[in-house]
Design a protein around this ligand. Structure first.
Ligand code: 13P
Length: 287
């Protein structure tokens, strides 16, 4: 059974650890993340971007696959199925499809419009028991073709959005999606501290988890971050393992071309990355 992400993130906040959101792209990804969460006895959030949702033929397919997999794999740790960076329409579609959590990313709207749309979606989602993440200050980098500059959110705007009854808040603190450039200045902990103070202890979300050094992750958790999103790092691990298999010519040996064999090293690589992140975030044995 899927659960919303509210309780698991409040527990994480109170216990000073973070729950990982791992973005899924297909069946192998989903299976790898779910099995690792069960092995680690860790709560987990499966993230689905609008692009990934489309790729998997729609939110209904994703919800049906995830629910069935949780059941058939006997996954007993808390699992939330969460829309990542949702549009207003996408958020509504996911509510209809049976997601247990949604993110409405209104960070590119003027603040009043972000407030109005977030308010409406909170009301709708909460009437269905679904948790809501909202965003202030766009996260930099590229995601589904949208490139943001890595803004630092204004604490007063964060408070305005947090007060709408959302369950957790993504606030830009100089983090970006994808690989960090060599001249990246690091997370803005001063801003994070101010946002944390201004928002009354609401669980905070750190996007762009790929490539953030361990000491910065730990410090962010100590300043109220309870959810950390990881996407690119699993893609890089998967690609490297698949490359190695092909470059070693293994797809040309015996039945090495069988997708169940060809995709296996990548699947194992995703599992290893997810395990490493769960250990770093402190969510192991917190199910
Ligand atoms: P990365 O791809 O940088 O890990 O970011 C993931 C993310 O924040 C998804 O919303």
């Amino acid at each position: 059974m899927l659960v919303n992400a509210t309780e698991m993130l409040q527990k994480a906040r109170d216990g000073h650890y973070a729950v990982g959101q791992f973005n899924i792209n297909n069946l192998e990804w989903t299976k790898a993340v779910l099995l690792t969460a069960q092995e680690m006895n860790s709560p987990v959030i499966l993230g689905v971007s609008e692009g990934a949702g489309k790729y998997m033929t729609g939110y209904k397919t994703v919800a049906a696959m995830v629910k069935a997999m949780v059941e058939t794999l006997n996954i007993t740790v808390p699992v939330a199925l969460h829309l990542d960076h949702g549009s207003y329409e996408g958020a509504k579609a996911c509510l209809e499809a049976g997601f247990s959590s949604i993110m409405f990313d209104g960070s590119h709207y003027p603040i009043d419009e972000n407030v109005a749309k977030t308010t409406e979606l909170v009301k709708l989602a909460h009437s269905m028991g679904v948790s809501v993440e909202a965003e202030v200050g766009s996260i930099g980098g590229e995601e589904d073709g949208v490139i943001g500059a890595g803004e630092v959110a204004d604490p007063a705007e964060c408070k305005r959005i947090a007060d709408l009854g959302i369950d957790f808040l993504a606030a830009g603190i100089g983090n970006i999606h994808g690989k960090y450039p060599a001249n990246w200045k690091g997370l803005d902990f001063d801003a994070l501290d101010k946002i944390h103070q201004a928002t009354g202890g609401i669980p905070l979300v750190l996007h762009g988890g790929t490539g953030i050094p361990a000491d910065m992750i730990k410090k962010a958790i100590s300043l109220g971050v309870s959810k950390i999103n990881v996407n690119t790092e699993c893609q890089l691990s998967f690609a490297a393992a698949t490359r190695e298999y092909i470059e070693a010519g293994k797809d040309q040996q015996g039945k090495g071309y069988d997708p169940r064999k060809l995709l296996l090293p990548g699947f194992e690589a995703i599992k290893a990355t997810v395990k490493e992140k769960m250990e770093l975030f402190g969510s192991v044995n917190k199910a």
